[in-house]
Design a protein around this ligand. Structure first.
Ligand code: SF4
Length: 494
């Protein structure tokens, strides 16, 4: 049946700056597939990972030991043309989507970082953020490595590996020694003339998965893929094999895949925000899609915060799975009340506040006939600053909603992230300075309830110790040096 919704024209615009979400900080992809068009497959892998970084994109391809790299500012589809991909011929490819955290927004900081070594060049793609860059830079300078081309921590990791190689080590020994100099979050894909490497920090803060492209005949061996998320395997027809474990290094060559634990005491601490918001809902973590997890947190949220209402809706798109779960558990009908212009895309390419404020604007339009006279529960995945939430609430009321109750499928964000997610300074996080009641007043809702920390972790169905949830409680699993802490963590931790 066709429903003729009345859309209020031009009522509600939200700028990229007040998306009011923490922003992702990079997607990585790598492929060892001598018989395939590796650049084209990497392009599609990056295309699936576009949500993890929209500032710049790059692909490095190894062809019989020589590396060819193309990278630039912009979305994957803007940076690469088919003719370029056709020219990037080789056996091994490494790709990267970037949203800057450490380092400013310049073309020179685009990845992969390519560094020459005694064994040939390496091309490194990094997702995460180091917290000991000052110490690492000093150590590298002490070794005579002080000629950096970029302002990124990723280049420091690449330089550290190259330095170890140049001291006579092979790739695996060099990488292991270099990783021991690094503290923080790093999921890495590293191409070399001899093979493809994947590695995670000892806590495995950022995800990294292994996939397999099946050979069509016995002569063509299986080919391996590394990616930030499984959605990048699906798009190229690769099968998910397993995660790279925290503190693990995998090495892929013509003889297959070998693995070793390089860290002495790995302890799983996956970023729980990956599950709640960052990663795509069709990506698989812990043997289920994140859509299923997010629906379950919506069900948990309904148990914790039921209120009588006529309609449950989600903030498009990321609030929708939890809203569906809320509706299922509460028995309150689910419906769409806001329509997003899907063709604008996620365009927060620019990471500085000034650039964000002058960024392109994206529209959400309320459906007046759906909302008129209704008591509405609106579900969102997080509130960071609260600016967008208030605009949404006003738009719903203007469209005729009689009550607006907001439910958040994560706990209050009270602390900044130092592990590769671009959150604000602590004093800009609304929940760090205001009570839930005060936030409710500020965003003009009739009621506001956040998911409990226990509820968030319990619904993972995993060991609750296996997650970083520091932005909700300030318990950082990797120690943050005081100067870095002071740069963002302005308030005292209670
Ligand atoms: S601090 Fe928050 S965003 Fe950062 S890694 Fe931990 S859970 Fe994720």
């Amino acid at each position: 049946m066709l429903v003729n919704h009345t859309v209020i024209p031009d009522v509600f615009c939200t700028s990229l700056s007040d998306q009011d979400k923490p922003e992702e900080a990079c997607g990585v992809f790598g492929l060892y597939a001598p018989e395939e068009e590796v650049a084209k497959l990497t392009y599609f892998g990056l295309y699936a990972l576009q949500h993890r970084g929209q500032e710049s994109a790059g692909i490095a391809v190894f062809d019989d030991g020589k590396v060819h790299c193309h990278k630039d500012m912009g979305l994957v589809s803007q940076v690469f043309k088919e003719s370029m991909l056709t020219e990037l011929v080789g056996q091994i490819a490494v790709g990267h989507n970037r949203y800057s955290t450490t380092g400013s927004s310049h073309r020179v900081n685009a990845q992969p970082a390519v560094i020459a070594t005694r064994l040939g060049s390496l091309a490194l793609a990094h997702n995460g953020n180091l917290v000991n860059t000052v110490e690492l830079k000093e150590e590298l300078a002490r070794r005579g490595c002080d000629d950096f081309l970029t302002t990124t921590d990723s280049e420091m990791i690449a330089v550290a590996i190259a330095n170890e190689v140049d001291q006579g080590k092979d790739w695996i020994a060099a990488a292991t020694s270099a990783f021991k100099l690094c503290s923080g979050a790093y999921s890495l894909v590293i191409g070399t003339p001899q093979g493809l490497m994947g590695a995670r920090d000892p806590q495995g803060i950022r995800p990294l998965v292994i996939g397999e492209l099946k050979g069509e005949t016995a002569e063509i061996p299986d080919r391996y893929v590394l990616a930030s998320e499984t959605c990048a395997l699906d798009i190229i027809g690769a099968d998910y094999v397993r995660d790279v474990e925290p503190g693990e290094l995998v090495w892929i060559t013509e003889t297959g895949l070998t693995s070793q634990l390089w860290a002495e005491a790995p302890a799983k601490k996956l970023c729980v925000f990956e599950m709640i918001y960052f990663a795509r809902p069709d990506s698989i973590m812990h043997e289920e899609t994140l859509y299923s997890y997010r629906k379950r947190i919506g069900q948990q949220l309904a148990k914790e915060s039921y209120i009588e209402a006529d309609l449950v809706m989600g903030v498009p798109d990321s609030g929708i799975p939890a809203a569906i779960g809320f509706s299922e558990a509460s028995g309150i009908p689910y419906g769409e009340g806001l329509i997003k212009n899907r063709y604008v895309g996620r365009t927060f390419i620019q990471p500085t506040q000034h650039m964000r404020e002058s960024g392109i604007r994206m529209k959400l339009n309320p459906l007046k006939d759906v909302l008129k006279g209704k008591r509405v529960i609106i579900v969102d995945d997080s509130i960071v600053r609260g600016t967008t939430s208030r605009k949404i609430v006003r738009a719903l009321r203007d469209a005729g909603a009689t009550e607006v109750h907001m439910r958040i499928s994560s706990p209050p964000v009270t602390h900044p992230c130092f592990y590769g997610i671009d959150t604000d300074n602590q004093n800009q996080l609304i929940a760090a300075t205001k009570s839930v009641a005060a936030i409710a007043e500020q965003i003009e809702v009739d009621s506001l309830v956040y998911l409990s920390q226990e509820g968030m972790l319990k619904t993972t169905l995993e060991n609750t110790d296996h997650f970083c949830s520091a932005c909700f409680n300030g318990h950082y699993p990797i120690a943050i040096p005081d100067p870095i802490k002071r740069s963002k963590l302005i308030l005292e931790t209670p």
